[in-house]
Design a protein around this ligand. Structure first.
Ligand SMILES: NC(=O)c1ccc[n+]([C@@H]2O[C@H](COP(=O)([O-])OP(=O)(O)OC[C@H]3O[C@@H](n4cnc5c(N)ncnc54)[C@H](OP(=O)(O)O)[C@@H]3O)[C@@H](O)[C@H]2O)c1
Length: 240
């Protein structure tokens, strides 16, 4: 039987690309995001009966529960939805901005897992958390986003030891040409070291590269991957 994969943030960017690769491999998708874009609708039309779209907010427990309820067997989840605004240094960022980033990038992930764990345990399922290298190094102006991703990586390590029946992996998709990267160039550059922002923009890759990597991890990685934090270009990802 085709596995069912629940993905958050499939309306655009990396989530949309991953959804396309997962569908092409014959899996079914439940997609949760606030916007139903023409691109997501087109994928749903291309794979009739394989896509269930839930228009909802990842931070809202009711919306998350509705999406989880659609799965007979929850074989895998890709927790991709995230935000990177506002930018700012520790000295300048409003505390509510820090909280807003953690609300989506960390607390919504914990809430999702609490709601999904019974089904994930039953399916001996897989969790792929979309992280970022911004959680590994200090980068001026994007510290709140980076801290949320560093915490996400720790959540991954904790989940691996607490839930041995589940395979959990944290994944850095690379610097990717998406709306999030545009926002960094447009709104983050003033808060960042502009040379760092320009270097990141110059190194952007297409979303199909991490999209393929996410498909590999979600559908092909073994239980021995649990607890790992992997970059998009790691042979452990690309060779699957
Ligand atoms: N792009 C990069 O260079 C880069 C680098 C490292 C890591 N990442 C990570 O990769 C992942 C995807 O990033 P991206 O670049 O594809 O970002 P993006 O283009 O901004 O897309 C973000 C996705 O998340 C969804 N989303 C955001 N808030 C949501 C909420 N409250 N509820 C439901 N869905 C929500 C958006 O859908 P709606 O707006 O329709 O809800 C959208 O589908 C993120 O975890 C990001 O941190 C990206």
């Amino acid at each position: 039987m085709s596995p069912t994969v629940l993905i958050t943030g499939a309306s655009r960017g990396i989530g949309l690309a991953a959804t396309e690769f997962i569908l092409a491999d014959g899996a079914k998708i439940i997609a949760l995001q606030r916007t139903v874009t023409p691109a997501l609708e087109a994928l749903s039309a291309k794979y009739p009966g394989a896509v269930q779209i839930v228009k909802g907010d990842f931070t809202n427990a009711k919306d998350v529960s509705s999406a989880i309820a659609l799965a007979d067997s929850l074989d895998a989840v890709v927790l991709n939805a995230a935000v990177n605004l506002p930018y700012g240094t520790i000295a300048t960022i409003p505390l509510d901005g820090y909280r807003g980033i953690f609300e989506v990038n960390l607390f919504a992930v914990v809430q999702f897992l609490q709601l999904a764990l019974p089904k994930l345990r039953k399916a001996k399922g897989k969790v792929v958390l979309i992280s970022s290298a911004a959680g590994e190094v200090g980068v001026k102006g994007i510290g709140a986003y980076g801290a949320s991703k560093a915490a996400l990586n720790q959540l991954n390590r904790t989940l691996a030891v607490e839930e041995p029946e589940i395979t959990t992996i944290s994944f850095h998709p690379g610097p990717v040409k998406t709306d999030m990267a545009d926002t960094m160039q447009r709104e983050g550059k003033d808060q960042m070291d502009p040379t760092v922002a320009d270097a990141l923009t110059a190194s952007l890759i297409e979303a199909d590269i991490p999209g393929r990597g996410i498909r590999n991890l979600v559908l092909r990685a073994g239980a021995d991957y649990t607890g790992k934090y992997l970059h998009y270009d790691d042979p452990l990802v690309t060779s699957l």
